[in-house]
Structures are given as C-alpha cells and as structure tokens.
Design a protein around this ligand. Structure first.
Ligand SMILES: [Zn+2]
Length: 234
C-alpha cells in the first residue's frame, strides 16, 4: 500500500485543474472567434458599399443615356414636323416609336437600380449595426475574462501545488506511466472502480484486483492503463 496516496483526491484535483485550464484557454479562443465575426461583418460592409457605388454608377449612366434619348426624341419630333414627304414622315415616326420604347426600358432600369441601391443601403446600415454590436459584445466579454483572469491563474497555481503534493506518494514503479497517461488523458488519467468495472473502459475488475484496490494499492487498469481507485462508496 502506498502511504498517503489519496487517489480520489488526486482525481478530483486533476479534474479541477483541467476545468480551470479549459476556462483559461477558452477565453482567448472565444476572443479570436469574436474577432473573426467582426472582421466578416466589416468585410460585408465593404462589399455592400462597393456594390452600392456600382449600382449608383449604373443608375447615373442610365440617367445620362435617358437624357440623350430625350434629346434625340425632341430632335426627331422637330424633324417630323418639318417632314416634306410621307416616306420621310414614316421613317421618322418609326424612329420615334423605337426611341420611345428604348426610353421606357431605360426608365424601368433606372427605377430598378434605384430600388436595388435603396435595399443595399438598408443592408449596409444593418451590417454596420452588427459591427457595432459585435464590438460591444467583444468588449464586454474581454473585460469579463480579464476580470476573471487573476482569480483563475491563482486557482491554477494553487491546484498545481496541491496536485504536486498529491502525486508525491505515487509509487515509483508507476510514476512514469502515470505521467504519460496524464499527458494522454488529462483529467481522465484516473478511473474509479467502485462499480466493479473501470469507469473509463468498463472492463471488469477481477476479484483479486478488487481486494488489492480495497486495501489501498495503486493499480493500473489492465485494459486501458488508467490508474484505478475505489472510494469505498457505491
Ligand atoms: Zn480501463
């Protein structure tokens, strides 16, 4: 029996330490995720703004075309009034009809472009609002995390100290193995055998091993290699 070895306590410390480590790691990870979301929202504003500029330029171009078309029509009507032959009159009237249709198509396209610009503008406003909100959320999250950080760090240091003490009585013959499974399985390096099987891999514990465990021996699970223990509670 390993003197002073309290495996349930060791397992509890390992779990607490990993909990604190997870919390410490999740902060910066969350911050990164949030920063990425902000960058994506900002990118959307840039893209939509470019789209808006292009749509407005299209509308402006079509407006110019419309003015030209109106001038052409004005000239054609003048020529129509001055037409000297029926043939000339018919040709001019045909051109006027064609230009009138073209003018109406342009007018529709301009309205369409302006409506699209309006829609894009609303989307930009929403995207900008999202950027503001996401930045606010990040600020709050970062401040909360930074406020928690010193507490988490001292808790981690304290747990590490307690853990080092709790690990001291681990028998030399399994110490190296314990270090390896701790690296491999973290807080699950230990497994409880109160139910008669390993809590990690569920392999049954032999009667002989149960006796050894009950008398406080450090035993490795023959199947998954975890350090087994019993608490005496069921
Ligand atoms: Zn096992």
């Amino acid at each position: 029996m390993a003197e002073g070895l309290d495996l349930p306590q060791l397992h509890s410390l390992l779990r607490q330490l990993h909990g604190v480590q997870d919390e410490l790691a999740s902060g910066p990870r969350q911050i990164k995720i949030r920063e990425k979301r902000i960058a994506a929202a900002e990118q959307l504003v840039v893209e939509r703004s470019q789209e808006l500029t292009q749509t407005r330029a299209d509308a402006d171009g079509k407006n110019l075309d419309l003015k030209t078309k109106e001038q052409d029509l004005h000239k054609l009507r003048g020529k129509l009034n001055a037409a000297s032959t029926n043939r000339e009159y018919e040709i001019l009237q045909g051109q006027i009809e064609a230009d009138t249709v073209a003018k109406s198509v342009l007018e529709d396209e301009i309205i369409e472009a302006l409506e699209r610009a309006e829609l894009i503008q609303q989307e930009i406003a929403k995207a900008k609002e999202a950027v503001v909100q996401l930045n606010e959320q990040l600020k709050t999250f970062t401040a909360d995390f930074e406020a928690k950080l010193p507490g988490l760090q001292s808790k981690k240091a304290e747990l590490e100290k307690q853990l080092a003490e709790a690990e001291k009585p681990i028998p030399g013959n399994i110490k190296d193995h314990y270090q390896r499974i701790r690296v491999a399985h973290g807080a699950d390096a230990l497994a409880c055998a109160d139910t008669g099987s390993c809590s990690e891999c569920y392999v049954n514990i032999t009667t002989q091993n149960k006796v050894l465990l009950n008398s406080g021996n450090a035993l490795l699970c023959p199947s998954c290699g975890r350090l087994l223990y019993v608490t005496g509670k069921r």
